[in-house]
Design a protein around this ligand. Structure first.
Ligand code: DP6
Length: 339
């Protein structure tokens, strides 16, 4: 059985930075994001036919940490499906991998969607989001797409769902598409263990999630923007407080934040944010995205994005010799399986 799924990255307006439970991938706080309509990941999962899981990433066979992470994720899917069959995973990622542009979000959202279908699981949107969470935290929010909140909570309660929000757009300013010096997973651990600012980050972000939900429901774009920029700078300050320190923003990133402040002073609605890397993403309105993109050309590669869709299946194929109605061997429905 082969299933193919597409998912897009998301950019957090209120960031997820820190886990309350690493084994269940439970975040220390809630977070809010906007899904992009650029940089899709397309992933096919074929169950059976090989003795080991295999991963082909952008045409190259992977045998390193990426394969280990995919295998660990497929183990969770197999447990839910009551299957021991290995799978081959073929993924095409159009976002620069590891550059702090959330390639793991679209990657694990596409993998969760394709793998759940290929292993015969029929999961609700909520359960698919919970499953994606186990691959990478930010992937939780790429299942619903659009503007979404990811709830902190226990295993049952920590999922993402869409929320009402005004029309928004983003301009991605790619300063450096190379892999980052330190991955977000390790950097999160170090921040929790050593940054004296981390407890304040958890308290303030929990409050900001509530404020952001209020601003989104009210359609108050300026408030959404100022909360977004403030929360991003608070995250980077908290990370810089780690020991040894970690600094993701470079001089060119800071120059974009300054340029965005100038655009605002000139009357354009624009607010900057950045994830675990030097690239800057600017939140703006659909009407102003072209003007913002033009103004920021020269700082790096500039790409405009609207609000993107949730993860979706391209189509499930079963070999013609197999009865499509019959469950795949060893598959049990999720409600029958012990999680
Ligand atoms: C800065 O989702 O990559 O982009 O759960 O360890 O896989 P893991 O981390 P990941 O971290 C994303 C951090 C961030 C902020 C965000 O997207 O909310």
């Amino acid at each position: 059985m082969t299933a193919t799924a597409v998912a897009h990255p998301n950019i957090a307006l209120v960031k997820y930075w820190g886990k309350a439970d690493a084994s269940l991938a439970l975040p220390a706080t809630g977070s809010v994001s906007m899904g992009l309509d650029v940089f899709p990941t397309t992933t096919s999962v074929t169950v059976g036919g090989s003795a080991e899981d295999t991963l082909t990433l952008n045409g190259s066979v992977s045998t390193d940490g990426a394969l280990v992470r995919v295998t660990q994720f497929l183990d969770l899917v197999r447990e839910l499906a009551g299957s021991s069959a290995r799978a081959s995973v073929v993924t095409e990622n159009t976002v620069p991998t590891g550059a702090g542009l959330a390639s793991s979000a679209s990657g694990f959202a596409a993998l969760a969607t394709a793998a759940a279908a290929a292993y015969g699981l029929d999961l609700s949107a909520r359960d698919l989001s919970r499953l994606a969470r186990r691959g990478s935290g930010s992937a939780t929010r790429s299942i619903p797409g659009g503007v979404a909140v990811w709830h902190a909570g226990d295993d049952e309660g920590s999922y993402a769902e869409p929320i009402p929000a005004p029309p928004m757009a983003m301009v991605v300013v790619t300063i450096d598409a190379g892999p980052k010096a330190i991955g977000s997973r390790e950097a999160m651990r170090r921040t929790i263990a050593t940054s004296p600012f981390y407890p304040a980050w958890v308290t303030s972000t929990t409050e900001t999630v509530g404020d952001m939900l209020t601003a989104c429901a009210a359609g108050d774009f300026a408030r959404i923007g100022e909360l977004t920029e403030s929360n991003a700078l608070r995250m980077h300050a908290t990370i810089e407080g780690a020991f040894p320190p970690i600094r993701y923003l470079n001089a060119r990133s800071v120059a974009v934040f300054d340029a965005v402040a100038e655009l605002r002073a000139a009357g354009l609605p624009a607010y900057a944010t950045a994830d675990a890397g030097p690239n800057v993403v600017v939140l703006t309105t659909p009407e102003d995205r072209a003007a913002v993109a033009t103004a920021l050309t020269g700082f790096g590669d500039v790409i405009e994005s609207g609000t993107g869709p949730g993860a979706y299946l391209l189509g499930s194929e079963v070999p013609a010799t197999q009865d499509p109605e019959a469950p795949a061997p060893g598959v049990v429905r999720p409600e029958e399986s012990a999680e």
